[in-house]
Design a protein around this ligand. Sequence first.
Ligand code: SAH
Ligand code: SF4
Ligand code: F3S
Length: 474
Amino acid sequence: MDAPAETAPQGIHITPGTNTGRPRKLYIESYGCQMNFSDSEIVASILQKEGFDTTTDESQADVIFLNTCSIREKAEQTVRNRLTQIHNLKKKNPGLIVGVLGCMAERLKTALLEEEQIVDLVAGPDAYRDLPRLLGEADQGTRAVNTFLSREETYADIAPVRLHSNGVTAFISIMRGCDNMCTFCVVPFTRGRERSRDPHSIVAEATDLFQKGYREVTLLGQNVDSYAWSPEENNKAFMQKKGIYPQVNFAGLLEMVAKISPELRVRFSTSHPKDITDEVLFTMARYPNICKYIHLPVQSGSSRILELMNRGYTREWYLKKIERIREILGEDCGLSSDMIAGFCTETEEDHQATLSLMDEVMFDFSYMFYYSERPGTPAAKKLKDDVPLEIKKHRLNQIIQKQNEHSRRRNEADVGKIFEVLIEGESRRSADYLQGRNSANKVVVFPRKNFTKGQYVQVRITDCTSATLFGESV
Ligand code: SAH
Ligand code: SF4
Ligand code: F3S
């Protein structure tokens, strides 16, 4: 059987070039989730001050950074393959400095220097302020490492350089780390304890983006519903221990950002089924500019597996949440999920429960994976990765097929409806067409006419595929 393509939310982002005459050139390639892509913008910002322009041409670079991901084994293998290619560049240019940043740096720490001989610098996600010093050491020929994880660092005061941007939509990191300990997941180990960023700095960043012409911000965190900030202390565990009630919770933050302007759309990711509250749903309902779309990863439809995953909810709890979302926000609210096929001890019956949950919910979209054991996680320590690879892949294929079918049906149900679309730019197929998204996060393609990006336009949907809606402006 062919290996199915994992529908990972991943890609490789190469940070675009800047050319301001700074003396050194930095090339950054980012893997993994949006958090990593956002972090690369912080890294570029820190190094601009150190005399670096960014370049998209690795052969021109004085410094190459790979901002890495550890979520699945495949993600790490991709980076190792890249390091082998970069080795050849270094043979031609011995002065080249190669740094590994992000989650793989954090997971492997100094071991990375032993395993990958060409790496000069290793910096974990909370160590980017230290990059100038680390680069100084690497310049002197010393291999430099900082993988210290912080309880406070949120980079709140560093204005990211928005190099990837279409000028219309942007991501704002509102918290870092994760305290959840889902048994399969490496993130709590690579990103450390959860901490929330000062809401005023978030509002200031969003306001600045709006003034620069941006029309949509996505608030980012591994579990946005546990956002909690208080002026005395921004560490949630500490707040709970001290009995300090958070002055701003996620619903409060959403409202603060939504109030910047009715012309600024607000999105967020990721929500956790155990933590999303009615207060958040009612806040979404109150503000038309908070997009009606929730990414609510379920992972599995079997309560037994969810328990082994330590997700903190059952199948029934999850289905009740979906019901509540549709009650408060209506049937048109976009819903998407993440799925893991073949987690430890998963039986055919558990797998069928996942498929039947999908039938009940009818997600618009999902990211789907087969389980990849990560060293050091609770599952790796306590559970047996006992589902054979062939079965994992087979189950994943069934999940992907079902999702494709559901995506198509959910899109077909939109034909004939009129949506407000924020234009993000030209359609990838043709310059005669523009594309944007509706509130539910669906991509809508329509004839260009005299519209330009950054505008809102009403579009009547006339046709669709499982991935895209097509329509005419009205
Ligand atoms: N904080 C988010 C998820 C972050 S990781 C949340 O809680 O939903 C993104 C997705 O990767 C997860 O939702 C999960 O579906 C998948 N994932 C995480 N660890 C994995 C592993 N070891 N094997 C396969 N998929 C995994
Ligand atoms: Fe990982 Fe769970 Fe935290 Fe998401 S909530 S990052 S899956 S530990
Ligand atoms: Fe990967 Fe780290 Fe994000 S493991 S998914 S880059 S938080």
